[in-house]
Write a protein that binds this ligand. Structure first.
Ligand code: C2E
Ligand code: MG
Ligand code: MG
Length: 564
């Protein structure tokens, strides 16, 4: 069996092997991007259907989708199957433009044999992109113009960009998609009028940087696009003047603009597909990335396909209750267990245990992360309730809160109802938040966390010392515990300077009346060093790894609550 997460680093797709359920999931996901997704046997020119018994059967002539009765010349799927490589082609039939992406795949049959076929992902657009070669202007007529910004809308861009490309067949072109980071926040904080003002300014700026025959448009919301000549791009990408608007001039709030770039290699590609690729590049930047622009490359497409597969698998795993919590003890320096951190594990049907590193990041791209977290938080609360009348009654459980949870669920409401439902002491359910949480919509999250704290929940700042660490967060947030990340621990082994920073952080936490836990302690040497720096709480393999709940409970009982 080939499982998806093993393929993580194998992003050059070639002919990937999928189980029938996986191929169905993948086709469903691809349908959110493409107009038509289907399996074909290009040798026989037949569309294939995966029936309920997971058997592939021919259905009809695959060319029927083009309302044609004959095989296409230079069929991209035929070529894809021959060289087991992705292929692309544009076909024009019946006044429509079809762009076909052909992905060779192999499907694993129930007797473990493989059936090879091609997955076609097709974009269908009404009309045939014009071959017109008239000049291009950026002031155009009614239906093609965005009423707010007075530059082209999506339809206008599609049409004019095609004209521009055709008019200069030897030109080197790039499609750029622009996005204002956290634009929604501008609308929320400053109101729609100010938001509109910024969009208008943005359109003016982009237009002012264009030269002859280049085109720009507002696609939707704060998404802008431009078709530009590929040279001298850098200076024209610099849109920092956007911050000269009255809105942000004297305000500490700065607008950041990000760009996804697709360097056009195949001019026959529909403009919509060029934009898709620039957008895929843009979406490859994580929310917190400091990068301003990113250029599309083919591996991004493969990564996206992979992520969609994992996402689909995760969704199923949640439905099938394949996630479990593991508990890792948190101890005092003498080994006395004071509580545990709940960590998610995906236990697959065949017993394989998948660690969070293989699914959290993908889940965080959708609301799946909140489905998982709601489950983990509930399991933790249920356990605390069970422990109330046992030897483990004094222990707490810390749960992780993803920054994305604040978008998808009412975090306050969830925790408030959990402690009521299971009648547990609020201080027993500790909430681990990370600094990255504070980078988005900071004020809202800050007040929510402080409200939870004022009502008796304990707040831990997780992963301190990993990535960006801001001491100012400690000033603004009412936290009870600082968790020093294991990365910091590794640095201190050879760096005297970080050791003294660490000593100061611990001393400062003490003055702020916060506990400090060091995570990832693996050796006696690390433990002794951290004790000498003033830390007295620990979590790490030196004491115990994360354990299935039953094993954690047995460990606690067998050792009378002390690990040493
Ligand atoms: P985290 O919250 O910082 O959790 C601590 C991680 O460090 C855990 O990895 C734990 O197994 C690992 N660890 C503990 N002691 C040691 C040690 O001595 N040496 C080493 N090398 N590692 C140690 P895990 O369980 O793989 O989780 C990784 C991250 O995934 C967590 O980091 C957390 O950010 C995220 N995560 C895990 N479970 C959940 C969950 O239910 N919800 C959310 N949102 N995130 C989760
Ligand atoms: Mg944690
Ligand atoms: Mg941590």
């Amino acid at each position: 069996m080939i499982y998806l997460y093993w393929e993580k680093n194998c992003i050059n797709m070639k002919q990937s092997v999928y189980r029938p359920s996986e191929i169905r999931g993948l086709m469903k996901q691809m349908l959110s991007i493409y107009d038509l997704v289907r399996l074909v046997d290009p040798n026989e020119c037949q569309e294939l259907h995966l029936n309920e018994d997971d058997v592939l059967r021919p259905q009809k002539g695959c060319y029927e989708v083009w309302s044609s009765d004959k095989r296409c010349a230079n069929c991209s799927s035929f070529m894809a199957a021959q060289c087991t490589k992705r292929m692309e082609k544009t076909e024009y039939f019946d006044g429509k433009t079809f762009h076909i992406l052909s992905l060779p795949v192999a499907i694993q049959n129930s007797d473990n044999s493989l059936s090879s076929c091609v997955m076609e992902c097709i974009t269908i657009k009404d009309g045939i992109e014009e071959n017109a070669t008239e000049g291009v202007t950026n002031k155009a007529d009614s239906a093609l113009v965005d009423t707010l910004t007075d530059i082209y809308n999506w339809d206008g861009f599609y049409k004019m960009a095609r004209r521009a490309i055709n008019a200069e067949p030897d030109g080197k072109w790039s499609v750029v998609v622009y996005n204002i980071v956290r634009f929604k926040m501008v609308n929320d904080i400053f109101g729609r009028n100010k938001g509109n003002e910024i969009l208008i300014r943005m359109a003016q700026l982009i237009r002012s940087k264009l030269s002859d025959n280049e085109v720009c448009a507002r696609l939707r919301g704060d998404r802008f696009a431009a078709l530009v000549h590929s040279d001298n791009l850098d200076e024209r990408f610099d849109l920092t003047e956007i911050n000269d608007t009255n809105l942000t001039k004297d305000s500490p709030f700065h607008l950041h603009i990000r760009l996804g770039i697709f360097n056009v290699t195949n001019k026959d590609l529909p403009v919509s597909s060029m934009c898709d690729r620039a957008m895929i590049a843009l979406s490859s930047l994580s929310d917190n990335s400091a990068k301003q622009k990113v250029v599309f490359d083919e591996t991004m497409m493969d990564k996206m396909v992979h992520e969609q597969l994992v996402e689909d698998e995760c969704e199923k795993a949640i439905r099938h209750k394949e996630f479990q919590i593991y508990l890792q003890p948190q101890v005092m320096k003498d080994g006395t267990i004071i509580g545990a951190e709940a960590l998610a594990r995906w236990v697959r049907e065949d017993g394989q245990i998948v660690p969070p590193v293989d699914f959290i990041e993908v889940m965080e791209k959708t609301e799946l992360i909140s489905k998982l977290d709601l489950y983990v938080w509930e399991e933790a609360a249920k356990k605390l309730c069970e422990w109330k009348n046992s030897d483990l009654k004094d222990l707490y459980i810390s749960v992780n809160i993803s920054p994305k949870d604040f978008f998808y669920v009412d975090v306050y409401e969830v925790f408030d109802s959990l402690v009521k439902k299971y009648e547990i002491d609020k201080s027993k359910l500790k909430l681990e938040i990370t600094e990255t949480m504070m980078m988005n919509d900071a004020m809202k999250q800050l007040s929510l966390v402080n409200r939870l704290h004022s009502e008796g929940f304990e707040i831990e700042i997780d992963d301190f010392g990993k990535g960006y660490s801001s001491l100012s967060l400690l000033k603004d947030i009412d936290a009870d515990t600082l968790k020093i990340d294991k990365e910091f621990l590794n640095q201190t082994e050879n760096d005297k300077k970080s050791e003294s920073i660490l000593g100061s952080v611990i001393a400062m936490s003490d003055r702020l009346d916060m506990d400090v836990i060091t995570e990832g302690v693996e050796t006696r040497k690390q433990l002794d060093r951290m004790i000498s720096l003033g830390c007295d709480r620990f979590q790490g393999y030196y004491f115990a790894k994360p354990l299935p709940v039953k094993e954690f409970e047995e460990l606690y009982k067998n050792r009378n609550g002390v690990l040493s």
